[in-house]
Design a protein around this ligand. Structure first.
Ligand SMILES: Cc1ncc(COP(=O)(O)O)c(C=O)c1O
Length: 461
């Protein structure tokens, strides 16, 4: 079809972020940039002008038409009700601000160094060998086998690579496929706050009823009595994460045993996100699926990104017994159907890495952790112990700012360092107002520079 002549340009947008005080919520505005004629006064569209569509989804916030006179007709942003409370993710916002202010980004958890050559070389070769068409929906056989072998090595469990594994586009899709494939509208799902931000949004897309239990500093241990009071025959699943983002907490065998008993007693499923399993420093990682009676009620979720510093590849997977993986596989079939073929071949090679790779990885990250943790202590933060992941959480209150968002704003603009306000990881944001998260997945010089800036420019009040 010919385009009507009045459609002349598709403007791109920049996102600006405003911190609204005293509430700890972030608001952002989408500012159209007209490349042919830059607007002298930017048009702000705030969240009040977002209208709710019954079924429409939007790829981005870009209106596709502009009148011939250059004016932009008013198109309220549209989003389905199930997503209207969610804003641009905090990670995107912070990474944009880091660029805008030339700040050192210790916010979003992606390494500023590259993944290993022995993995990248396999991807390049796979592309050259023509492995470029749709992969088998639930994973190329070589990767399914490699995942099963690694799971066996890590947990002692033997799973059928063809029947109990589904390869997805990152753990994010594995989480979504698990929730959409196994949770009905109205089902109750328990999450532990603070939690990775996709959990709430995806549970909301599935229409789940979220019940939240807060892990509290200093050790973020499991409040077992509270969990006991919340788990019932009405609970469909517990969605958990160990090692835990953002706190670095790792669930102990005792805590996992307590969760397991409650799940078995009440016939509850567990969705266990273990993307940081290889970044465990103070104790050994334990998969809850390996506890007696748990495999048959657990979906274990993982991905390649963190362990191999290849977060952009988005290769993930779910492991579960056949009666549970069926739902995951069905959802995956209609979400993405299959994920990148050449990267799957490379992922298989990655997972067959010798033990020395993982030992080296831990050693490197231990050194980075030491630089950041000791540095943050010397700046004057109260640093909470982190056993795993590449994150540490600190109490920022010695510096006199009213909340985590205000602190992060100050840190970016006045100090030149990015951290993540943790209030975004809670259902009730006020619970995170004293805490911010730093990542140490950066080269040592970057970590030292960030600490140097904080020492120089941050003063305790
Ligand atoms: C706890 C947790 N789960 C899942 C993910 C997403 O993993 P992927 O990049 O493989 O989708 C992240 C990424 O930061 C994470 O922190």
């Amino acid at each position: 079809m010919l385009l009507p002549s009045c459609i002349i340009i598709r403007p791109s947008f920049r996102i600006t972020t405003t911190f609204y005080k005293p509430s700890s919520h972030w608001r952002h505005h989408i500012v159209p940039i007209n490349h042919s004629r830059r607007l002298s006064v930017p048009t702000f569209i705030n969240s009040a002008s977002i209208s709710t569509a019954s079924s429409t989804t939007v790829e981005d916030h870009t209106p596709s038409v502009m009148a011939q006179d250059g004016s932009t007709p008013h198109h309220p942003l549209q989003v389905a009700k199930r997503l209207e409370k969610f804003k641009t993710t905090i990670f995107t916002q912070m990474s944009s601000l880091a660029i805008e202010h030339g700040a050192i980004n210790l916010g979003q958890g992606f390494p500023n160094f590259d993944g290993p050559d022995f993995v990248k070389d396999v991807a390049i070769q796979a592309i050259k060998d023509g492995k470029n068409q749709y992969a088998r929906g639930f994973g190329v056989p070589d990767l399914n086998s490699a995942i099963a072998a690694r799971f066996h090595k890590d947990t002692g469990l033997t799973v059928d690579p063809e029947k109990e594994i589904t390869v997805t586009s990152g753990c994010t899709e594995a989480i979504a496929a698990t929730i959409l494939g196994l949770i009905n509208p109205g089902d109750e799902v328990i999450v532990f706050a603070p939690f990775y931000d996709s959990y709430e949004a995806t549970l909301s897309m599935a229409g789940a009823k979220i019940t939240c239990i807060t892990l509290r500093p200093p050790d973020f241990s499991l409040p077992i009595e509270e969990l006991k009071s919340k788990v019932s025959k009405n609970t469909r699943a517990i969605l958990m994460n160990t090692p835990h983002n953002p706190t670095g907490k790792m669930f102990t065998r005792e805590e996992l045993g307590q969760i397991a008993s409650l799940c078995i007693e009440n016939d509850v499923l567990v969705f266990s996100d273990e993307v940081y399993d290889k970044l465990s420093f103070e104790m050994d990682h334990i998969s809850i699926a390996s506890l007696p009676g748990m495999y048959e009620r657990t979906v274990t979720l993982n991905s390649l990104g963190k362990t191999f510093s290849l977060t952009g590849w988005k290769i993930g997977w779910a492991i579960a017994p056949t009666h549970l993986i069926w739902g995951v596989k069905q959802a995956h079939s209609y979400l993405t159907f299959a994920t990148s073929t050449p990267m799957q071949y490379a992922a298989a090679a990655a997972l067959r890495a010798p033990d020395s790779y993982y030992e080296e990885l831990r050693k490197d990250y231990k050194a980075k952790k030491e630089i950041l943790v000791e540095g943050l202590k010397s700046v004057g933060f109260n640093v909470y112990p982190s056993s795993g992941t590449y994150f540490v959480v600190v109490d920022h209150t010695p510096f006199g700012l009213p909340n985590d968002v205000a602190f992060c704003e100050y840190l970016i603009k006045e100090v030149g360092v990015v951290a993540i306000p943790t209030s975004v990881f809670y259902l009730d944001p006020s619970e995170g107002k004293n805490l911010v998260r730093f990542t140490f997945c950066k080269d040592e010089e970057t970590l030292r520079n960030a600490v140097g800036r904080m020492k120089e420019r941050l003063a305790r009040k």
